[in-house]
Design a protein. Sequence first.
Length: 318
Amino acid sequence: MTTTREPSGPSIAVLGAGGVGGYLGGRLAAGCDVRFLARGETLTALRRGGLRVTGGEHDWSVPQVRASDDPKDIGKVDFVLLCVKTPQMSAAVDALSPMLGEDTAVVTVQNGVEAPEQVAAGIGRDRVLPGVVRVVATTAGPGEIRHVGPPGALSFAEWDGSASPRVKRLREALRDASVTAPEPSDIWADLWAKFLLVVPIGSLGAATGGATVGELRSRAGTRKMLIAGMREMYETGVELGIALPDDAVDTATALMDRQPPDITSSLQRDILAGRPSELEAWTGAAVRLAGRAGRAAPIHNMLYELLALRVSRTARTV
């Protein structure tokens, strides 16, 4: 499939053209005015050959995309999809100003539960739409995304959980682009539900040297650790006032069991490759938030110490 038709939907800036940003931006480019803020080899590849997505039933491409490393070139837009990882969050928020019109909304899609507050601290809560993205997409090379599994999904809402006209407009654009756009009854519970699933898997996967989800869930001992880690985070969330359903851990376990067995997390891939990682936003946050809630989190405390030591040793050798 090749995207060629003239965009008629809202203008959307995508910050971060990696797996998530590339997939969502590429899909939306079929009917929206999509503008990528990128840099380095990724920017060069987008300008020369557009964007290519492989790995699904049908490979598809967007041969021409608008991309720049200058926020002023992007200009004011209706929506910003903030698809950078948490180590790049501060710089991304600093770059937002030229893209913000009077009614611009910024959708956060980071793995973790602290990103909406961090972005709101810089631009105000009224501009932030907390979001949860579910898609298995990774960067295969500059301008090339590998997507596996079902179509991607992006759920989001206003800060108070409501569906405002701008929320409905972006949901419609996503659905027109073949991206699932669920309507969450509680966006904060959704954020925590994903948080308690991905963090134990990613943390234990990194601590074991890169074990896949299939390996982790099939061994009795590591499976028990995963579920105990989920339970720790569930209890933290409930103590902090998050309306997680009683069966949240069972639901997360069932979802884990449905994942392709060879999947690994971005956290473990980054840590094992010696790249900046989201350790503080994942495992570190699990420990911090448990402390704030007055709860014990022995699984995540152990995993955090192991991984933080590994990261610090890697940093010393670079």
